[in-house]
Design a protein around this ligand. Structure first.
Ligand code: AMP
Length: 585
């Protein structure tokens, strides 16, 4: 089996250089000691660990956020300033009478206000949900309703385009705070401008005592049936964010760290905000969308030392060849990691060609709150493998038995469901209002992840596929049910089945099969209309890229659309054998 040895440049890093020893001695209590805790035994608050504890003395002057605007603007925010700005936001919430525990939703591109509001809301004890700004009105309404959003921070243009029309569906929503990003003079009705509120609020805020088990973050993740699930994370998740960034990303104080994920997805919050700040690193935040040339330039000119990205982005960069990458130099770059979907071995090698460094795959999901399995800096990479469990994490490959219990698979290399022994600090504490669904994820003291995997003789874990119908498109987990529900609202649509169709660039594309109600005839113009209809409701990140109109869709005897059969037909597989589908990625 191929093993990639480390270059000298990387070997210097060597955190976890004695993996078995660290695993044997590590405890989460020890990791808790790496953080400060609130003064006078006041508990543990994410924003204190991320910002306030670095705000004084020398570290206060260090750049916390190095922001690159899409039109060329730049902004440097020191830890001291970030502490003050986030405190101002916490005071704004206080002044508005927002209670602790209230849901604060953030819907914006990667602008500085998004970050200061997230941290300020955490100081205040609110529960923060960043939403992806490319969502359409429907996913926004579903999530804000489920999460009982009381405050929304957004921009004037996003509000006008996506929220104004659904505002009456959000009875809990009390305050909409907007950042101006259009030329219209009047603010949208029912909103307040954030800037003046921040300016008039005090920059001093004493974080109230925070129970480490107090909810802090609510991240929505998709389900195969039913509505999206709201995974609840608590303040002590920061213990895992901090420790896993050290172990899996080799991140340290003073690093210049670029996590390319948007905070609307869990990676962009756990590792795009909390973990690097908790370590005293400098965050590079790029407001612009992906552009290979721009990304090479950022890596070089911003002197990024640790870069955390996603396989889709890597593949898009690979498309242009490695010459573009090699026309620049990256003397500061020390470590590259990727997450969210399988990282093909070619991509690992391309890292070496393009940057002189391999790309380190790691694995986790919304529910785990932080990285669980990784190819870490000191270890020999096995291209194509997700790596090994981090210290403090016990992972196993299990088989479900008919009586509902689980047991380990018989042999190494056998496929089974990836499971994690419960007990790490960033494990989700529930699906909001869905206790039964949450309980179903656990058997004995194992959390069953819904992923299929295998473990080789040397303990490396390999991703096999999902155990369910979820779609991974450009690293985003998309629930077929949400897409089906949106299309069902079109007057011509009788039934819908949605699948992930393998795609060499973005992993899978969302594809919908539709049958029509009597009186409607299939046509190219109707197909286009359906594509536009879905895109308008769901937004470009979630909407289907392909729609096939069929006379009828296959159903089980109990009436459920057989997505797997649709997928088998799409891939030209024998219809009887849909079990192999999960391995096709
Ligand atoms: P999300 O909750 O949106 O972060 O999606 C989590 C899911 O993404 C996991 O359950 C996997 O199915 C997939 N995933 C995450 N990281 C990897 C990886 N390194 N290799 C393969 N699949 C991954």
């Amino acid at each position: 089996m191929e093993i990639l040895r480390k270059s000298r440049r990387e070997a210097q890093t060597a955190v976890l250089d004695d993996y078995p020893k660290t695993c044997a001695s590590f405890s989460w209590d020890e990791a808790r000691e790496w953080l400060d805790g609130l003064p006078d035994g006041g508990g543990l608050n994410i924003a204190h660990e991320a910002v306030d504890r670095h705000a004084f003395g020398e570290t206060g002057e260090r750049t916390a956020i190095h922001w690159l605007g899409k039109a060329g603007a730049r902004r440097e925010i020191s830890y001291r300033e970030l502490a003050a700005l986030s405190s101002r936001f916490a005071n704004v919430l206080d002044d508005l009478g927002v209670t602790h525990g209230a849901g604060v939703f953030l819907l914006a591109g990667r602008i500085p206000e998004l970050y200061l509001a997230a941290l300020g809301a955490l100081k205040h004890g609110a529960v923060v949900t960043p939403l992806f700004s490319a969502f359409g009105p429907e996913p926004i309404a579903t999530r804000m309703t489920l999460g009982e959003a009381r405050v929304l921070v957004t921009t004037t243009s996003l509000y006008r385009r996506k929220v104004a029309a659904i505002r009456d569906q959000l009875p809990c929503l009390e305050h909409v705070l907007v950042v101006r990003d259009d030329d219209l003079e009047a603010l949208p009705e029912g909103t307040q401008e954030l800037g003046p509120l921040l300016d008039s609020a005090s920059p001093d805020y004493v974080i109230p005592a925070t129970d480490p088990e107090q909810p802090a973050l609510l991240h929505f993740t998709s389900g195969t049936t039913g509505k999206p699930k709201g995974a609840v994370h608590v303040h002590q998740a920061v213990v895992a964010h901090h420790a896993t960034a050290r172990f899996a990303l080799d991140l340290r104080a003073g690093d210049v760290f670029w996590c390319t994920a948007d905070p609307g997805w869990v990676t962009g919050t756990s590792y795009g905000i909390i973990a690097p700040l908790s370590l005293g690193a400098t965050l590079v935040i790029d407001e612009a969308e992906f552009d290979a040339e721009r990304w090479y330039q950022i890596l070089e000119s911003e002197a990024v030392s640790v870069w955390y990205t996603a396989p889709t982005a890597v593949r898009m960069m690979m498309k242009g060849g490695s010459e573009n990458a090699r026309s620049r130099t990256y003397p500061s770059l020390r470590f590259i990691a990727s997450v969210g979907e399988p990282l093909n071995p070619q991509a690992v090698h391309w890292g070496v060609e393009a940057f002189g460094l391999p790309i380190h795959d790691n694995w986790w999901q919304t529910e785990t709150g932080g990285i669980m399995i990784a190819n870490f800096a000191s270890m020999a990479i096995r291209p194509g493998a997700m790596g090994k469990p981090l210290p403090g994490i016990e992972a196993a490959v299990l088989r479900r038995l008919p009586d509902g219990s689980v047991e380990p698979v018989d042999h190494h290399d056998d496929e089974g469901e990836l499971a994690l022994r419960v007990g790490w600090p960033s494990m989700f504490r529930g699906y909001l209002h869905e206790e039964a669904r949450y309980r179903r994820c656990f058997v004995d003291d194992w959390y069953l992840t819904g992923d299929l995997a295998r473990r080789d003789l040397d303990g490396y874990f390999w991703f096999v596929g999902r155990a369910d119908d979820m779609i991974k498109s450009a690293g985003h987990l998309i629930g077929p049910f949400e897409v089906e529900s949106a299309l069902m609202e079109h007057p011509a649509v009788a039934e819908v089945g949605v699948i992930g169709k393998p795609d060499p660039m973005i992993g899978e594309i969302v594809k919908a099969f539709v049958s029509l109600k009597p009186g409607h005839e299939p046509s190219e113009s109707l197909r286009r209309e359906l594509l536009g209809f879905a895109r308008q409701r769901l937004g470009p990140a979630v909407a289907p890229k392909e729609i096939d109109i069929q006379p009828s869709l296959p159903r089980t005897r109990s009436g459920k659309i057989m997505r797997r059969l649709l997928k088998a037909r799409e891939l030209g597989l024998p219809e009887g054998d849909t079990s192999t589908l999960e391995t096709i990625r």
